[in-house]
Design a protein. Structure first.
Ligand code: ADP
Ligand code: MG
Length: 703
């Protein structure tokens, strides 16, 4: 066995965060007063002094140059869901023909990218191209590929948010304000700030680049638009947590190193349920940083995979018939003095603080289920949510045995005990007895309590986690605000708290479900309980315009009505464009690859039938196959024409994005499914030599 030597470990410790302008670096390199002032801005949100920015810029530049940077970029997260960057070099010519490296406070604080080519949902006509990026000092700058990356928020000339970061930061402030109010009423005098924390588990697929390059659908849309079910899928359950193949392990090791350098605390890696599917989870951190880090993780996965001759697929459903990919958004709230507000302790029944915050989440999730649903809605994620796959489109919460029992006790008159976890014996003295958790897990719940945090499992693998988290933060902020409004008015706080908790249980227990969320019975039961079951993105988008949600976002200063309206439009547009690209890709592949292959094989088959008949007189097998292929080909060709027609119809509806999105869903997307069925059948009928693209077996098992 190779001995790991101490040096390697030291090297690893040195690598972590080595490309990040993080707190230790700031403390070391910034003058003391400047450091203190910047820290205050980071921690308490006190305004940034321009003189401080000037010094920070200069020090940051020297540090970045020391790391090999020649450029800087304001790094932002427009509504495309991915990140954007424009690089400027530090160079500045001097009058005597030399050049020096310069970076001013102004350049650090503010950038001015042309905003006209980013989605704005009608907020900004293209002639009003100005957009601004503003330094977000709460997320540390870093050096990557020869540039200093400065995390920034992105807004229009008129100050409307054009990005994912701005509402997230605003929502964190909102939650902080309301949580502090509640904590104060509960007697907490020390907490200065409450922040939400997130650890997103990222699922992804890895396939061979040579095969990827032969699939136009993967290249253009990120998913396979055709592909017959392979003889083997995930039914043997032999991939989950399975031994990691050398080639994948080398990729993962390389990925970890790259992420550690950027200060992303990549912690867990394993094979996932579907063949060629894997997962990476970092250690949780502040929501804002976790969101930036998740973007970096996705980008780095793609980049590092290419180095290994591999391609990383982040699409929610790259392959039909096997699991798609999601992102488990583990979420909690913690105080500046180190308390996790969702830590139940040993006896949650008498942990009032925990029960108050838990109640706020229960009420919030029930009342704003539609908002959480749309936060996880995307064309790619439609293949998971609402299809026959985890998790379902119905929002419910899993609390587990212990908490459910406590709520039942409260409803019946008062909670007096918490069921203990106990220990578990494994039946042989050579194995240790294990402490048991108070609840088992529920893998099917979209919103599950997992000991000291909630896991929101609906988010798609490709999506930014900003949307889910700013909705979650704002929803919880609103309910905490309602609680605080009541509690601040009464003299008997204990009594009012009991009343609030009881009310929440009575009014909102319908959202709690500890059973199997994939079952048919649950769909029926949820309907009886009046829980919404919003099956697709187009229907989910309506929530963005719902009056109660506009009021919510406006009240907490997270998004204005205008900003919400623009997001609604952008969501419809993204849906329309995505389905349109997929449909056009299908048409092209059908006409230029599949149909010619089928025609070629059918013609050759006809020739061989002729030859066989010349010497045998019986070509029944060949003829039967010929007939089957002919029939499928006819259907395929008819559906191809139909798809082209539906695309034309849907395209013609421009002007009304909602109606157009509905047409893309009901006409185009539906016909795509019919065309695919024919193609997938043809794939199983014709000679492998003729099939013009790699099959599922090759894509999924040839690593
Ligand atoms: P599992 O797959 O069993 O759900 P993982 O260990 O893969 O668990 O992922 C759990 C994630 O939850 C990790 O990213 C972890 O850092 C995160 N997490 C743990 N505690 C908290 C917390 N208090 N707030 C937010 N995320 C947390
Ligand atoms: Mg996991």
């Amino acid at each position: 066995m190779p001995q790991s030597n101490g040096n390697e470990i030291t090297a690893l410790v040195d690598i972590y965060g080595s490309n990040v302008f993080n707190d230790p670096v700031m403390r070391q390199t910034l003058p003391k007063e400047i450091y203190k002032s910047l820290r205050q801005t980071i921690e308490d949100g006190s305004p940034l002094d321009p003189q401080v920015a000037e010094v920070v810029a200069s020090v940051m530049k020297d540090w970045a140059i020391g790391k090999g940077a020649t450029h800087f970029t304001h790094w932002f997260q427009p509504m495309t869901g991915i990140t954007a960057e424009k690089h400027d070099s530090f160079i500045s010519p001097t009058t005597d023909g030399r050049m020096i490296m310069e970076f001013s406070g102004k350049e650090l604080i503010k950038g001015e990218p042309d905003a006209s080519s980013f989605p704005s949902g009608g907020l900004r006509a293209t002639f009003e191209a100005r957009g601004y990026t503003a330094w977000d000092c709460t997320s540390p700058a870093f050096v990557k590929d020869g540039s200093l990356y400065i995390p920034t928020a992105f807004a229009s000339y008129t100050g409307e948010a054009l990005d994912k970061k701005t509402p997230l930061l605003r929502s964190m402030d909102a939650l902080n304000r309301q949580a502090l109010r509640v904590l104060r009423i509960l007697g907490n005098k020390t907490t200065k700030r409450v922040t939400t924390t997130v650890g997103p588990e990222q699922e992804y697929f890895i396939i061979d680049k040579k095969l990827f390059d032969q699939r136009e659908d993967l290249i253009l849309t990120g998913r396979t638009l055709f592909g017959a079910k392979p003889p083997k899928g995930q039914e043997l359950e032999d991939h989950y947590f399975g031994h990691i193949k050398d080639r994948i392990a080398a990729f993962m090791a390389d990925l970890d190193t790259e992420l550690w350098k950027l200060g992303v605390a990549a912690k867990t890696k394993h094979n996932e349920v579907a063949p060629a599917q894997h997962e990476l989870a970092p250690i949780f951190t502040t929501t804002n940083i976790a969101t930036d880090h998740n973007q970096l993780t996705m980008e780095t996965m793609k980049k590092v995979a290419l180095r290994h001759g591999l391609v990383c697929l982040l699409h929610e459903k790259p392959f039909a018939g096997i699991n798609g990919s999601g992102k488990h958004n583990n979420w909690s709230m913690s105080t500046s003095d180190g308390q996790n507000l969702l830590e139940p302790g040993k006896t949650p029944h008498d942990n009032i603080q925990f029960l108050v915050f838990l109640s706020a989440i229960i009420k919030g999730v029930d009342e704003y289920a539609d908002l959480l649903r749309v936060s996880a809605a995307s064309p790619g994620n439609d293949h998971r949510l609402g299809a026959n796959e985890a998790p379902p489109a119905i929002i419910s919460m899993f609390l587990g045995e212990q908490l459910t029992d406590i709520l039942t006790q409260i409803e019946a008159g008062g909670a007096t005990k918490s069921k203990p976890g106990g220990t578990m014996q494994l039946g042989t003295s050579s194995l240790p007895s294990l402490p048991k958790d108070t609840t088992d897990r529920n893998r099917t719940s979209p919103f599950a309590f997992t000991g000291n945090k909630f896991e929101f499992r609906m988010v798609g693998s490709m999506q930014s986690i900003a949307g889910a988290n700013f909705c979650l933060n704002t929803i919880v902020a609103e309910i905490l605000c309602q609680f605080a409004d009541r509690l601040e008015k009464v003299s008997n706080v204990q009594k009012e708290i009991s009343a609030i908790i009881l009310e929440v249980i009575k009014d909102h227990k319908r959202v709690i479900f500890n059973g199997n969320n994939y079952s048919e019975e649950w769909v029926a039961e949820a309907k009886k309980r009046g829980l919404p079951n919003i099956k697709n993105t187009v229907d989910a988008i309506a929530a963005i315009r719902a009056e109660k949600n506009l009021i919510l976002m406006e009240k907490h200063g997270v998004l204005s009505r205008v900003e919400m309206e623009s997001r609604c439009e952008i969501n419809y547009e993204i849906y329309i464009k995505t389905v349109n690209i997929e449909a056009l890709t299908m048409v092209e592949m059908s006409k230029r690859l599949i149909l010619p292959a089928v025609i070629g094989y059918r013609a050759d088959l006809a020739t061989s039938i002729g030859s066989v008949l010349a010497i045998d007189g019986n070509a029944d097998v060949e003829k039967a196959l010929f007939a089957q292929i002919s029939e499928s080909m006819k259907s395929f060709s008819a559906n191809l024409s139909k798809l082209e027609k539906t695309i034309k119809t849907a395209t013609g509806l421009h002007g009304d994005t909602k109606a157009q999105a509905e047409a893309y869903r009901d006409l185009v997307f539906k016909t795509m499914g019919e065309l695919r069925k024919d193609a997938d059948l043809l794939e199983t009928l014709i000679d492998a030599e003729y099939w013009p693209m790699p099959t599922y077996s090759q894509l999924l098992f040839n690593i």
